[in-house]
Design a protein around this ligand. Structure first.
Ligand SMILES: Cc1cc2nc3c(=O)[nH]c(=O)nc-3n(C[C@H](O)[C@H](O)[C@H](O)COP(=O)(O)OP(=O)(O)OC[C@H]3O[C@@H](n4cnc5c(N)ncnc54)[C@H](O)[C@@H]3O)c2cc1C
Length: 338
């Protein structure tokens, strides 16, 4: 299909928070060559650019006065196989969970714990998506990109991507400078599993190591029982990142709250679940305008009743303030404000 352009386009169908913002221009493309041509045209017009995937981690706070780009580069290609590894390359526009489904069906291990995370392959490498003890950086080999300013190709080795917790060079130091066109993953044909997290531990009691498909199905069942489906209730997943605090701060808090859940990162830092902090401040189920804190998981802000971006932003700020007032800990949005 050729490049598709729409003007004054509603973004309602392009963000899972269901915010009805508009983009001056919305452009979809299917090949790297088309993308390079589009970038050249946009540069000539001096327009702002925002590249999106499924919009499952975005909050449009206002109309976007520029061009919103979306990739239709969809392929999954098996590059090579050696010993117990398989190298798979996927186009940025592939739906992330379609990729996970195909890998699990072939019993390739590595992304089964990341099943059912909304979004596309391109964003997986930008966001360093993570769930159930696994982050996507552990299976990324390379990220193929186009530089927006020049239209030239650049391949980032995983070591160059500066991955951290829900963080990467593309979200941080080089934010808005590169568009991901494909990602090369390294998966395992041997059973390398991570069943340390919560209910997944139950799979450890089986006699045989579970297949990638079995783990995928367990992950999907857990996620469906806990998280709201964006098609039924607008949301962007975890609204806040889990704060990482110095061990001294953690010790002071643990002296007051003996039940404080935590995860020791190293001898200096401890990660605390933001959901616990928010819950302790009494936010579960609370509404602000059309926005609300999800009653089953306080880390999620939902669009309960035609919420505006202002409702959501204000609610997020109120939550941040109350967590700070009670615990003296800052929590920051994981969701990208646009
Ligand atoms: C119900 C629900 C559950 C979720 N659970 C999880 C979870 O368990 N773990 C987790 O990590 N996340 C989770 N998320 C968040 C979200 O799914 C991820 O952040 C996902 O990677 C976003 O993908 P997307 O395609 O929708 O990207 P978007 O939200 O459209 O974009 C996210 C960012 O990536 C950039 N981007 C997108 N595509 C490209 C590209 N091709 N090139 C360059 N930049 C690009 C955008 O500019 C933006 O900065 C959840 C979200 C929801 C709604």
């Amino acid at each position: 299909m050729p490049v598709r352009k729409r003007y004054n386009c509603s973004l309602l169908e392009h963000n899972t928070m269901s915010i009805d913002a508009k983009a001056k221009e919305f452009i979809s493309y299917d090949t790297v060559e088309e993308l390079i041509a589009i970038l050249c045209e946009i540069r000539d017009k001096g327009q702002r650019i925002l590249h999106i995937g499924r919009g499952s981690n975005l909050l449009f706070t206002q109309d976007f006065d520029g061009a919103v780009l979306h990739s239709g580069i969809k392929f999954i290609e098996y590059v090579s196989r050696s010993n117990q590894e398989i190298i798979v390359r996927a186009g940025a526009g592939v739906v992330w969970d379609d990729f996970c489904a195909q890998m699990a069906q072939k019993n390739y291990y590595g992304c089964e714990n990341l099943s059912y995370i909304p979004g596309e392959v391109g964003a997986s490498a930008v966001q360093n998506i993570g769930a159930y003890g696994v982050e996507v950086e552990s299976i990324i080999q390379e990220v193929e990109t186009i530089e927006i300013a020049t239209g030239t190709r650049r391949v980032f080795k995983v070591e160059e991507c500066e991955y951290g917790y829900r963080d990467s060079i593309f979200k941080n130091r080089l934010q808005g400078q590169y568009i991901v066109t494909a990602v090369v993953y390294r998966l395992s044909t041997a059973a390398v599993v991570n069943l340390e997290y919560g209910q997944l531990k139950e799979l450890r009691s089986q006699d045989a190591v579970p297949s990638a498909q079995e783990i995928r199905e367990a992950v999907i069942a857990i996620r469906k029982s806990k998280l709201p489906e964006p098609s039924e209730l607008g949301n962007a997943g975890s609204f806040f990142k889990n704060p990482v605090v110095p061990v001294e701060v953690f010790n002071e808090l643990a002296a007051v709250y003996s039940e404080l859940p935590h995860y020791v990162l190293n001898d200096k830092q401890v990660k605390i679940p933001a959901a616990w902090l928010i819950d302790k401040c009494g936010w579960k189920g609370k509404c602000h305008g059309g926005a609300a804190v999800y009653e089953k998981q306080p880390l999620i802000i939902v669009n309960r009743n035609k919420a505006t971006a202002a409702d959501i932003k204000e609610l997020a700020t109120l939550i941040q303030q109350s967590v700070y007032d009670k615990f003296r800990i800052n929590i920051y949005p994981e969701v990208n404000y646009i």
